[in-house]
Design a protein around this ligand. Sequence first.
Ligand code: MF3
Ligand code: CO
Ligand code: CO
Length: 251
Amino acid sequence: MDDNYKIAFEKTRLAGSIAAGALKEVAKIIKPGIQTEYIDNLCYEFINDHGAYSAPLFYRGFPKSCCTSVNHVVCHGIPSKKILQEGDILNVDVTAFKDGWHGDTSRTFEVGEVSIKAKKLVKTTYEALMKAIKIVKDNIFLGDIGSIIQNHVEAEGFSVVQDFCGHGIGQSFHEEPNILHYGQKGTGEKIKTGMIFTIEPMINIGNYETKTLKDGWTAVTKDKSLSAQFEHTIGVTKDGCEIFTSLEKND
Ligand code: MF3
Ligand code: CO
Ligand code: CO
């Protein structure tokens, strides 16, 4: 592989650091009593102040600058006047578009003290993402990623959402290939040095099934059980991968 991908890596590193920076600001203000719209404003301002755009805003008609998914909302929750309560879990998903390139990342936050079960869900989801990131390198199979996530999550008694997946990312927000968070080792496409994609497992306490509400966006668990998600944008190298959306080194 020539050096072409290095430009893509540089651009994505920049977009990714802005998205991660926004989440870092969000982390500081999460507490019971705030509206999810307040988080949206903060993301909008932070990303604009860094010379970037919020990719979700007006993406296929999405009305806000980030997604805020509370409790049984799996993903694509729309920021609103909804007030966060002590004990909620909340995923904030931020995507910055900078100089023509995207960086996409999300984390699940705990609002005040949450239940032991919710804590375990959040921890397991984060571990699943990081375990998958650790095995990524040139020449592994996409199925290796899905398999390591599914095995970890199911061993803890949770389930992997199948209706949404990670994705290639670059000059477009969502590109080939789809990155499934379940599957079998040694199956599917081989990943190659220079590829840039997201891994973003959505994990439910109960059943894996989801449905989309009438607003056309908000995806919830069918059984109303809690759902958590973490997302990083990564670039594949010969011996591993680079995380473009780290908050701190390796986080
Ligand atoms: N950030 C989401 C993802 O990880 C996509 C959000 S699309 C939106 O792919 F329109 F809902 F913002
Ligand atoms: Co994504
Ligand atoms: Co995202």
